[in-house]
Design a protein around this ligand. Structure first.
Ligand code: PHE
Length: 435
């Protein structure tokens, strides 16, 4: 849960929903979470618990030697994701400070553009990465667990309070219409970008497609019912995202900001506007952004843990040194994201993020599903049955769902994602490069 709930729910979800047409995107996302996210998480959980190893070793054991290269892909995805995730989490830290100083009051849109790229962004990117390295280096699992068990209910409480606040705003009705009542003509015209965006969001938000859930499941014991664990994680993760949208859009609509306009700044612009408006807003701001930062930190740790546990298990590397070296490399990879902008927007976030979520996580997921559902199906089904009281035909249904429909749907979304990415590269990004 600590890995799943993070920037993906509170930052990425409302920004994607705003850019991809609102309710149709939300509907498709929910559909992908249920039909693809749940089976995909079970795939990772069974491999992790069965082998009891971190991804590279787990795949080599489960599938045989050459499958370790899929683990190599996971490591690369981890590098890419954490490099820009840390930049965005740096924005969150910056907003904790901004809430104290009142920096964003009355200028929520321009404040975001001021801090999203440049020196501030780089400094806070460095701070967040250093925190991640410190926790991974110390291997403090207990501290993290404690922070997360306190944080999840706290986040839920503040999110609910914001939902109620947003409900009282004058333009809430129009916002609910946009967010909840699907305009299917949009789907007809823009499905080429909406479909891969929704699939990518489902993978990203649930932390599947790069072995995080393999790593975590390797610590689970036989008594655990993997289906129940999956259900709880998926339900909470999805609820946090859905509720976030429920307050972000009323705030944006009431402020007269179009849902797609702030782009990756959506949540920041919305919250800064709200906190400037409510009593004791700066206190609420510190609490909210502070909790948001902890949620991001627990996700970041899970990503770095995949890389570090790989180096430890395979090469006998020293935890502390590996964490430090990994952190520096990821920091450098994220540096251009923190520094470069196009019309003051952090354009490289899109370059990294769309590649990571829509193309790489989905690819990682597909290959892993082929391995588990076609090559190791019997072992995976047996593993799923362990800890379940009366599994019945569920394991078979799961394997057959993955074998054909899930893999086929994902191949289609992957093809669309590549096309969509290409239009970004040859459009906005080429403009940015001055081509
Ligand atoms: N699920 C995390 C979030 O929502 C991000 C993440 C993606 C973590 C992939 C691990 C792996 O913020």
């Amino acid at each position: 849960m600590g890995s799943a709930v993070g920037l993906g729910n509170v930052w990425r979800f409302p920004f994607q929903a705003g850019q991809e047409g609102g309710a149709v995107f939300v509907l498709l996302y929910l559909w992908f979470v249920l039909l693809i996210g749940v089976p995909a998480m079970l795939v990772e959980f069974t491999v992790g618990r069965l082998t009891g190893r971190s991804p590279v070793g787990a795949l080599a054991e489960f599938g045989g030697g050459a499958w370790r290269y899929l683990g190599g892909l996971f490591i690369l995805i981890g590098f890419l994701i954490l490099s820009y995730y840390s930049v965005v989490a740096g924005w969150v830290l910056r907003y904790v400070v901004g809430s104290v100083t009142g920096g964003y009051a009355g200028r929520s849109e321009s404040y975001f553009l001021d801090i999203a790229t440049g020196f501030d962004a780089l400094v806070f990117h460095a701070i967040f990465m250093a925190l991640t390295v410190a926790i991974v280096a110390l291997g403090v699992r207990r501290g993290i667990e404690l922070a997360v068990t306190v944080m999840v209910p706290a986040v839920a409480f503040v999110v609910l309070a914001l939902v109620v606040y947003a409900w009282t705003l004058p333009d809430a009705g129009a916002a609910y219409e946009y967010y909840l009542s699907p305009d299917f003509s949009l789907l007809a015209s823009d499905w080429r970008s909406i479909v891969p965006a929704a699939a990518g969001q489902a993978f990203f938000s649930l932390s599947v497609g790069m072995g995080v859930m393999i790593t975590f499941a390797s610590y689970l014991d036989e008594e655990r019912n993997l289906l129940v664990d999956t259900g709880i994680i998926v339900a909470i993760d999805t609820a946090v995202a859905f509720l976030t949208g429920l307050f972000v859009f009323p705030i944006l609509f009431t402020a007269g900001v179009g849902p797609a306009d702030p782009g990756p700044g959506a949540i920041f612009v919305a919250l800064a506007g709200a906190f400037a408006d409510i009593p004791a807003g700066s206190v609420v701001g510190v609490v909210f952004f502070g909790m948001f930062a902890i949620a991001a930190l627990s996700s970041a740790i899970s990503i770095m843990e995949v890389v570090v546990s790989f180096a430890i298990d395979e090469f006998g590397a020293v935890r502390r040194r590996t964490a430090a070296v990994t952190g520096v490399a990821m920091f450098l990879l994220g540096t251009p994201v923190a520094l470069l902008s196009s019309q003051r927007q952090p354009i490289l976030v899109t370059l990294y993020d769309a590649l990571a979520a829509q193309i790489l996580l989905v690819s990682g997921g597909i290959v892993l599903m082929i391995l588990v559902a076609w090559i190791g199906a019997d072992r995976a089904m047996a593993e799923l049955r362990r800890g379940m009281h009366s599994p019945g035909v569920l394991p078979q249904v799961w394997i057959w769902l993955v074998r054909i429909p899930v893999i086929v749907v994902l191949l289609v979304t992957l093809a669309l994602a590549v096309g969509d990415y290409w239009s970004f590269l040859s459009g906005d990004f080429a403009d940015f490069l001055g081509l």
